[in-house]
Structure formats: C-alpha cells, structure tokens
Design a protein around this ligand. Structure first.
Ligand code: NDP
Length: 328
C-alpha cells in the first residue's frame, strides 16, 4: 500500500517536492478493524491550512505521516461484524490507496441512489457546507438576492442551485468565460467573470441594481469588499472560506467595511462541523434534490493516487469545475 506524506511545511503555494509517496506496511487486522480499498479521494482547499504548523479547528498534518482527508472505499477485509466485506464506506483516511481503521471510524454510505462520489461532493462535506451556510448561517429565504463567489466550485455550485431551488435570485462569480457559462447553465440569474479585469463591485452593482441580501463568501478580498459595497439593509454574510489568502498572508484591505454599520450587516463565519448533528434534515432535503436531478453534479477527476498533490494544487488555479476528486 502507498500513502502521501508531507515532507515540509510549504511556504506560499505548495510545490511537488513538499509531498512524498511512501510505501505502507499492509499488516494483518486486529479485532474490530476493517481494511478499506479506497476508490475515491477528496482534495479540498481547507487542507492547505493543515499544512501550516498553527493551531486551528483541525490539527496540522504531521510531517512524514500519511495525510488525511475524506475518502470513499470498499471494505475488502473485516474483523468487525457491523461492517462486512463489500460495504462502501466513507472515512477520513484519504491521500492513500488502502486504509486500516477501527470500524467506528468508517460510515456506511446512506441509502440514497446516486453515484458514490456524490457523497464527497453535494451529498458530502461541501454539500453540508453550502446547505447550512446558505439556509442556517445566512438565513437565506425565497425572494432574497444572493451573491456567491467561487460559484463553479463544489460548495459554490451547490449554493447556486440550492438558492434557485428555494426561490432566490442568484449572482455567481467565477474565473473565466467557460465557468461563467456553466454557472448560468445551472441556474444563476447573472454571472460575474472576476478575471475579466472589471472591478467586481461595479459588475455586482449592475447585476443586482437593488443590492444583495445575502453574500456567501468562498474567496474573501475584493469579492467580500464588493459584497459590502452592494449590501442591502440587514444583509447577512456567511463567511465560508477565503481561498484568496490561503497561500499568502496577503493583507486584505476592505475599503467598504464601514458599510456594515449603517446597513446593519450581519457577518458570521462558520465551520461545516457545526452542523453535523443535522445530517437527517440534510439528507432528506438534499438527497431528493440530487437524486431527482434538480441539482446537477459536475466533477473534475484526476486519475490515480500519483495525481493527488496535482489535483490538490489545481484547486488554487481554478483547475476544477464542480468537485475536485481523485479516482483510484
Ligand atoms: P472549490 O471547488 O470551490 O475549488 C476552489 C475554487 O476556488 C477554484 O476552482 C477557483 O475557482 C477558486 N479560486 C482559487 N483561488 C482563487 C482566488 N485567488 N480568487 C478567487 N477564486 C479562487 O472548493 P470548495 O468548494 O471545496 O471550497 C470553496 C470554499 O469553501 C473554500 O474557500 C473552502 O476553504 C471553503 N470551505 C469552508 C468550509 C467550512 O466549514 N467553513 C467547508 C468546505 C469548504 P475559479 O476558477 O472560479 O477562480
């Protein structure tokens, strides 16, 4: 078996040499353990934070140890009655081809009739993030005008489609004409190509002449500032991510921050794990929407364990439309 390890704490954008693929011993199982042959690995922007040696809501990756992340695989050997051979499970031992885990650290996939990799995207962590970020954190409701950045990504494309399904007007921003065309295709009422050179605040002002009620932030920086500039009275901002600064401690200058006062803007950060206890509600609502095709799914797939760092790094140059995945 093989696993990716981190060899250095990267400075700025990680390099190929910050990662090493190492051989892992495939020992025999202990009582209560299962062996999982991984089929799909998730790479996610938050993993960049785990490469730094800083205290955060998840501990840093340890140098020289197998990295972690969401993954799906098939149980190929079991010494736990509750999880028989052949079960498809999700777990956190990604970045490797095989995982040996105690049975209580794997979850059988919920009985929803969709392709399994959907449980790493719309029906997985990014889906939960988009769902509760939009509906619980931002308290978005029918009739609201919602602005979402990184709208062609895993979380963003879920937010666009969910907002449309719930009767909202949606403006999505993404990098490049092709992605913007897709964001429109999945239902956005207006799109902003933030790479076109036009100031985002100006483009947003034109797309939402009466302003926005909700901003779902995946990017930070100029996107957040533009959203502040166009916020309506009592707008709600769900601060989900700020990918623009993950590879550099770039100070963001928010020229329109003071707009929060007069407009009574409420801005709240959140972490997906805040909503883990509401999985039942999530699967009931999102499961139907995904299964009946109301939410289109798109994936960008890199093939083979070797390609995992490359897939991860491509997140920071917009190499993905929809969920970025590695297929083993
Ligand atoms: P995505 O699928 O959206 O992939 C990242 C995308 O971000 C890229 O495709 C790219 O799209 C865009 N991007 C990259 N660099 C920049 C930049 N400098 N400026 C603007 N856009 C950029 O990833 P996810 O859907 O998994 O995650 C989206 C956001 O949500 C991230 O910020 C992530 O950290 C956050 N998140 C937060 C969670 C939480 O619990 N709070 C949980 C999960 C995700 P483009 O080509 O359009 O530039």
């Amino acid at each position: 078996a093989q696993a990716w390890t981190l060899t250095n704490r990267p400075k700025g954008l990680p390099k190929a040499s910050d990662f090493a693929l190492v051989e892992q011993q495939s020992g025999s199982l202990e009582d209560g353990q299962v062996r999982v042959a991984n089929r799909w690995l998730s790479v996610d922007p938050y993993m960049r934070g785990r490469m730094n040696d800083v205290k955060s809501y998840v501990p840093p990756f340890e140098l020289g140890q197998p990295m972690q992340g969401h993954a799906l695989g098939e149980v190929v050997e079991s010494r736990a009655d509750a999880v028989p051979v052949g079960t498809m499970v999700s777990h956190m031992a990604g970045w490797r081809d095989e995982a040996v885990l105690p049975a209580d650290q794997v979850q059988a996939l919920p009985p929803i009739d969709v392709a399994p990799q959907a449980f790493l995207g719309q029906l997985g962590m990014p889906g939960v993030t988009g769902y509760f970020g939009l509906l619980a954190v931002a308290e978005a409701k029918a009739g609201d005008t919602v602005f979402v950045s990184a709208a062609a990504g895993a979380v963003g494309s879920t937010v666009v489609q969910l907002a449309k399904a719930k009767g909202m007007t949606v403006i999505g921003s993404a990098g490049g004409a092709e992605k913007c065309a897709w964001v429109r295709e999945i239902g956005a009422d207006a799109v902003i190509d933030y790479k076109s050179g036009r100031p985002i605040a100006e483009a947003l002002g034109e797309a939402a002449p009466k302003g926005i009620d909700v901003y779902f932030d995946n990017v930070g920086g100029d996107h957040l500032d533009a959203a502040l500039a166009q916020a309506r009275l009592r707008a709600r901002f769900a601060i989900c991510g700020m990918i623009e600064v993950y590879n550099e401690a770039k100070p963001t200058s928010l020229r329109h921050l003071a707009q929060m006062i007069g407009k009574r803007v409420r801005m709240q950060g959140f972490i997906v794990s805040d909503y883990l206890d509401r999985a039942g509600e999530f699967y009931a609502d999102m499961g139907d929407l995904v299964k009946n095709g109301a939410l289109q799914r798109q994936e960008t797939v890199f093939e083979g364990l070797d390609a995992t760092p490359e897939a991860f790094l491509a997140l920071f140059s917009g190499g993905n439309t929809g969920k970025m995945l590695v297929k083993l």
